[in-house]
Design a protein around this ligand. Structure first.
Ligand code: SF4
Length: 173
């Protein structure tokens, strides 16, 4: 029987949630026997594959490309997990939300840049606000923390791979 397909994704976040994922250390070896990591910053996969069983998503949704991507993920994923406070609440990414996008672009690409530039078309357009993932697509489980502990991430994956519901006491970290 094939192993459940697992993906991890990094949106607007600092990668700290993925560092915590790696902090599972030797437990990763046991998990690797029970799942196939098909898409992640940790593996060399270019396209989000179909029929993913479990996706863990770090970070808020901050731009149009990320919004399109999580919608595609949702279509291709059975169980969707918001991993960490940025995904669950927008967390520090929401600090930009009171300011107009044009003012943020000016601040980052002109006022504070050594050599002012205009972002080209290859830079995805910012959404008016950084949004928690569940405001863009339905989310099945919320894992709090900044970052969530390796123990909590392990509990969530262990339970989901066993076909059980993880016991998460608090949605907010
Ligand atoms: S929740 Fe904390 S550790 Fe995770 S991406 Fe956001 S800032 Fe980084």
């Amino acid at each position: 029987m094939s192993k459940p397909k697992v993906a991890t994704v990094w949106l607007d976040g600092c990668s700290g949630c993925h560092m915590s994922f790696l902090d599972m250390d030797e437990r990763l070896l046991a998990l690797a026997d029970r799942m196939e990591l098909v898409y992640s910053p940790l593996v060399d996969a270019k396209e989000y594959p179909p029929a993913v069983d479990i996706a863990l998503v770090e970070g808020a949704v901050g731009n149009e490309e990320q919004a399109r991507f999580v919608r595609l993920m949702r279509e291709r994923t059975r169980t969707f997990v918001s991993l960490g406070d940025c995904a669950v609440t927008s967390n520090i990414l929401a600090y930009r939300n009171p300011f107009p996008v044009a003012a943020i672009i000016e601040r980052v690409f002109a006022e504070t840049a050594e050599a002012p530039v205009q972002p080209g078309p290859e830079v995805p357009a910012l959404l008016p606000e950084a949004r928690p993932v569940h405001e863009v697509i339905p989310v099945d489980f919320f894992v709090p923390g900044c970052p969530p502990s390796a123990d909590l991430i392990h509990h969530v994956l262990d339970e989901l791979l066993a076909g059980r519901q993880p016991a998460i006491k608090n949605r907010f970290g």
